[in-house]
Design a protein around this ligand. Structure first.
Ligand code: DGJ
Length: 544
C-alpha cells in the first residue's frame, strides 16, 4: 500500500483535487436522479435537480404495446401541454420466455417520448393489473403449479396470482429488476423515466381473501411481529378507521388475525393487505436495487356501500394505509385513482399521515381542470393525470388551457408548496362559497357564471391562490369572484390597490392588462373569467 507521506506534495494535492472533483461529480449525479424531497409539509418530485410538477395523462392500457401506434400520439400530447405521460410496461411482452428479455418496445417508446420532450412514469403491469394476472407471461399463466393462483372460498382457481407464493414473487421481482437495470442503462443519464408505479390497482375479488392452502395456513398463524411492532410504534398516528378496528379488539399486541382484529371480511382484508404489501415491497426492492427511482402503488377506490370482496379489497386504500406503510417501506406513497365525483373526500383521505399526494388516474370529465387546480394548490399534489388521455385530449380542450396556466405557474407553485403560502379552492353549485385564510387576508370565494348569469346545477370551478407578499396574491383559475377581509389586527377595511391580468414567461410576471372599473366591480372584487383560465395579480391595502 502506498503511504501518502512518500508522495510529493504536488502529487498529493492533485490526488486530493481529483478525489474532490470525482466525489463532486458523483454527488451531482446523485442529485440529478429523480427523487422525492420534503418542502415544509409538502413532498415534491425532484427531476434534474429541480422540483417538477407533473402535468400528465395516463395512456389507455394497450396504447403502448406498439411503438408505431404511439408515434403520432407523442407529439399530440406534447402540443396539449403535457410534460409527463404515465405509460404501462407489460411483463408478458418484455419477458416472453423465462429469463429472455426483449426491451425493444420499451426502448422505442422512451426514445420517442424523449424526442417530444415528455417525461415518463412507468406502470409495471405484472402480477396484478386491476386485481387480475392478465399481464403475466404465458409461461407463468400456464404453469399454475409453479405459479399458484389465488382461490375462492370454494377452492376454485382465480385469474389472480397468489400473493402467498414465493415463486410468483421471485419471478415478478426478477423481471422488474431486469427492467429497472435496463432503464438505468438506457436512460440513467437522460432521466426521461422519472418514477414507477409497481403493479396496478391490486386487490382481491370476488372474495375478501385468498383461500389457497398457503393463505389458509397464514391466516391461522399469529400476526407477524413486524406489523404489530409498527402499530405499537405508530399508535398515536394511525388513521382513525384503522385505530378503531384495533381498539375494538382491545389493542391486543399478539395473537392471530382474528384474535386481534375480530372475525369477518374486514379482518380478511387487513390480512390480505399485509401480504400484498410484503410481496410488492419485495418487487419494489428488487427494482430499486438496480435503479432507485421513486415508486408508488395506486388504489381502486370503494364504490359507496360496497363491502370487502365486492371491490378490489386490500389494495392501498386509505383505511389500510398503516398496513401498507408497515408492509411496504420501499413504496414511497399510495395514490388514489379517483373516478368518483367526491374528489375532495378521496384526496383528503390520501393526504394524511405524511403520504405524498399524486393523482395517477381520473376519468375524462369536465371537472378535471378544476380538480387539478385544487389538488395542486390545496394538497401540494406532485401532479395530475387523467386516464386514456390519448383518446380525448384535443388542442382546444379545457384541460389543455388549464395545463398551460399551470405550466406558467409551476415555478411559483413549486417554490411555495408546503410553506403555508399557497392553497387551492374548489366551489360547485352545491357548495358555491368558501372562505379561505391565507396570509394577512380572508378571501371570500364565490362560484360565478359570469356577469348576470345564474350558476347552473353541476357547475364547478377551481383556482390556485398564492400569497406572494404581505398584501399581494397571484390568483389563477376560472369562474370565481373573490372579495377580501382582514385576517390580522389593524385597519378593518380592505381596499384593492390594483389588479393586473397577465402571464408568466419562465417564472417572470408579464402584465397584459390593468383591470379596474367594471372588471373589478369598481374596486369591490376580483373576478376570474368564466370563459378562460385567468391569471391575475392583486395588491390590497387597508383603511378605516
Ligand atoms: C383503472 C385502471 O387502473 C386502468 O388501468 C383502467 O383499467 C381504468 N380503470 C379503466 O377505467
Amino acid at each position: 500500500m502506498i503511504k501518502i507521506s512518500y508522495l510529493k506534495p504536488d502529487i498529493v494535492m492533485t490526488g486530493l483535487v481529483l478525489i474532490f472533483v470525482l466525489g463532486g461529480i458523483a454527488a451531482g449525479q446523485q442529485n440529478l436522479m429523480p427523487h422525492l424531497q420534503k418542502q415544509g409539509d409538502a413532498t415534491q418530485l425532484v427531476v434534474d435537480g429541480k422540483p417538477f410538477l407533473m402535468l400528465a395523462g395516463e395512456l389507455g392500457n394497450s396504447a403502448a404495446s406498439s411503438v408505431e401506434n404511439m408515434k403520432p400520439i407523442w407529439p399530440r400530447l406534447a402540443e396539449c401541454n403535457l410534460n409527463t405521460v404515465l405509460m404501462p410496461v407489460y411483463w408478458d411482452l418484455i419477458e416472453p420466455q423465462e429469463g429472455k428479455f426483449d426491451f425493444a418496445l420499451v426502448d422505442g417508446l422512451i426514445r420517442d417520448a424523449r424526442r417530444n420532450d415528455l417525461r415518463l412514469v412507468l406502470l409495471w403491469f405484472a402480477s396484478w393489473k386491476n386485481s387480475m394476472a392478465c399481464y403475466a407471461p404465458y409461461w407463468v399463466k400456464t404453469n399454475y403449479e409453479r405459479f399458484p393462483r389465488a382461490q375462492d372460498a370454494a377452492g376454485k382457481g382465480l385469474e389472480i396470482l397468489s400473493p402467498f407464493s414465493e415463486s410468483n414473487c421471485d419471478a415478478d421481482s426478477r423481471a422488474f429488476a431486469a427492467l429497472m437495470r435496463h432503464i438505468r442503462k438506457v436512460d440513467g443519464d437522460r432521466r426521461t423515466v422519472i418514477m414507477v408505479q409497481v403493479e396496478n390497482e391490486v386487490g382481491m375479488i370476488p372474495d375478501a381473501r385468498d383461500h389457497c392452502s398457503a393463505a389458509n395456513e397464514q391466516f391461522d398463524k399469529p400476526v407477524p411481529k413486524e406489523l404489530m411492532d409498527y402499530l405499537q410504534e405508530h399508535k398515536d398516528a394511525l388513521v382513525p378507521e384503522f385505530n378503531d378496528v384495533w381498539k375494538a379488539g382491545g389493542f391486543k399486541t399478539s395473537g392471530t388475525w382474528e384474535e386481534i382484529f375480530g372475525s369477518g371480511i374486514g379482518t380478511e382484508e387487513i390480512f390480505m393487505a399485509w401480504f400484498y404489501a410484503r410481496y410488492i415491497d419485495r418487487v419494489a426492492a428488487a427494482g430499486k436495487a438496480e435503479y432507485s427511482l421513486p415508486m408508488f402503488v395506486n388504489a381502486a377506490l370503494i364504490r359507496q356501500g360496497f363491502k370487502p370482496g365486492q371491490y378490489p379489497s386490500a389494495g392501498p386504500l386509505p383505511h389500510l394505509m398503516d398496513v401498507w406503510r408497515a408492509g411496504a417501506p420501499q413504496i414511497d406513497f399510495l395514490a388514489p385513482d379517483i373516478y368518483f365525483p367526491n374528489f375532495v373526500e378521496w384526496i383528503d383521505k390520501f393526504d394524511r399521515a405524511g403520504n405524498p399526494v399524486f393523482i395517477p388516474e381520473v376519468g375524462r370529465g369536465a371537472e378535471n381542470p378544476a380538480n387539478a387546480f385544487y389538488a395542486i394548490g390545496r394538497h401540494n399534489a406532485m401532479g395530475f393525470s387523467p386516464f386514456a388521455i390519448e383518446g380525448f385530449i384535443k388542442p382546444d380542450s379545457e384541460l389543455v388551457r388549464a395545463y398551460n396556466v399551470l405550466s406558467q405557474l409551476a415555478p411559483l407553485i413549486l417554490e411555495n408548496q408546503g410553506k403555508g403560502a399557497i392553497t387551492g379552492v374548489l366551489v360547485d353549485s352545491n357548495n358555491p362559497t368558501q372562505q379561505i385564510r391565507l396570509g394577512d387576508y380572508k378571501l371570500n370565494v364565490k362560484l360565478d357564471a359570469g356577469w348576470g348569469k345564474p350558476v347552473t346545477p353541476g357547475m364547478l370551478a377551481g383556482s390556485i391562490i398564492i400569497s406572494i407578499g404581505p398584501d399581494e396574491y397571484i390568483i389563477a383559475g376560472k369562474s370565481q369572484v373573490i372579495t377580501f377581509e382582514p385576517n390580522t389586527a389593524g385597519d378593518p377595511i380592505v381596499g384593492i390597490a390594483s389588479i393586473q391580468r397577465g402571464h408568466f414567461v419562465k417564472g417572470r410576471w408579464i402584465t397584459d392588462l390593468y383591470l379596474n372599473g367594471d372588471e373589478s366591480h369598481q374596486g369591490r372584487h376580483l373576478r376570474l373569467s368564466p370563459d378562460w383560465y385567468d391569471i391575475q395579480r392583486i395588491k390590497l391595502y387597508r383603511y378605516r
